[in-house]
Design a protein around this ligand. Structure first.
Ligand code: ADP
Ligand code: ADP
Length: 190
């Protein structure tokens, strides 16, 4: 399956994607960095990402971020006789996101995500699996969140409309607890 996760920063995409990946054996491409390189298809990394995508299903999280990127992705897939199968829309009220973002802690090497209140690590500031330190992203502040949300509403929400017209969007109640969101993801993909 070729899946796209869309939602504002803090809506839970990174939390759900490893679970989806495990269950469906997909290749998780975070933030879209690799894919942007692939669309450019000029760097060795880009070519590698493109080869991987040609063979397998994928989960895209952070891409496409604009309707133009979505159109480019569709063109690229169409050349291979492929298409996007499903778009999971992490629907959530902006008001909930500040607490999610400012409490987020990340294990950079694995991408594992914790939250001081909603998903605390066993020891504060320490990754459960490796014992390595957790970090906070520099842009995970209330102030920067405002501009990221503004960009999301302006540029990325139209991508949801774009895929809705193709009948591909499943809306998830992303404000629910993580386990309940996982159940909704499973329903959407079954
Ligand atoms: P995104 O990848 O969409 O930016 P994350 O998955 O990193 O979002 O989640 C943002 C923060 O909120 C993290 O600290 C995460 O642990 C926490 N979180 C994720 N999903 C939920 C949820 N359903 N309820 C409460 N907190 C959540
Ligand atoms: P966020 O958690 O805000 O969604 P990401 O971690 O996905 O951000 O990406 C970090 C930054 O990289 C974004 O704020 C944006 O400036 C840039 N970026 C990520 N994906 C894309 C994309 N598909 N197109 C353009 N810029 C992007």
């Amino acid at each position: 399956k070729r899946l796209i996760l869309i939602g504002p920063p803090g809506s839970g995409k990174g939390t759900q994607s490893p679970l989806i990946k495990d269950e469906y054996c997909l290749c998780h491409l975070a933030t879209g960095d690799m894919l942007r390189a692939a669309v450019a298809a000029k760097t060795p990394l880009g070519i590698k990402a493109k080869e991987a995508m040609d063979k397998k299903g994928f989960i895209l999280d952070g891409f496409p971020r604009t309707v133009t990127q979505a159109q480019k992705l569709d063109e690229m897939l169409a050349k291979q006789g492929a298409n996007v199968d499903k778009v999971l829309n992490f629907a959530i009220d902006d008001a909930i996101l500040e607490e999610r973002i400012t409490g987020r802690w990340i294990h950079p090497a694995s991408g594992r995500t914790y939250h001081t209140k909603f998903a605390p690590p066993k020891a504060p500031g320490i990754d459960d699996v490796t014992g390595e330190p957790l970090i906070q992203r520099r842009d995970d502040t209330a102030e920067v969140l405002k501009s990221r949300l503004e960009a999301f509403h302006r540029q990325t929400e139209p991508v949801i409309d774009y895929y809705s017209k193709k009948g591909l969007v499943a809306n998830l109640p992303a404000e629910k607890p993580p386990k309940e969101v996982t159940v909704e993801v499973q329903k959407a993909l079954s």
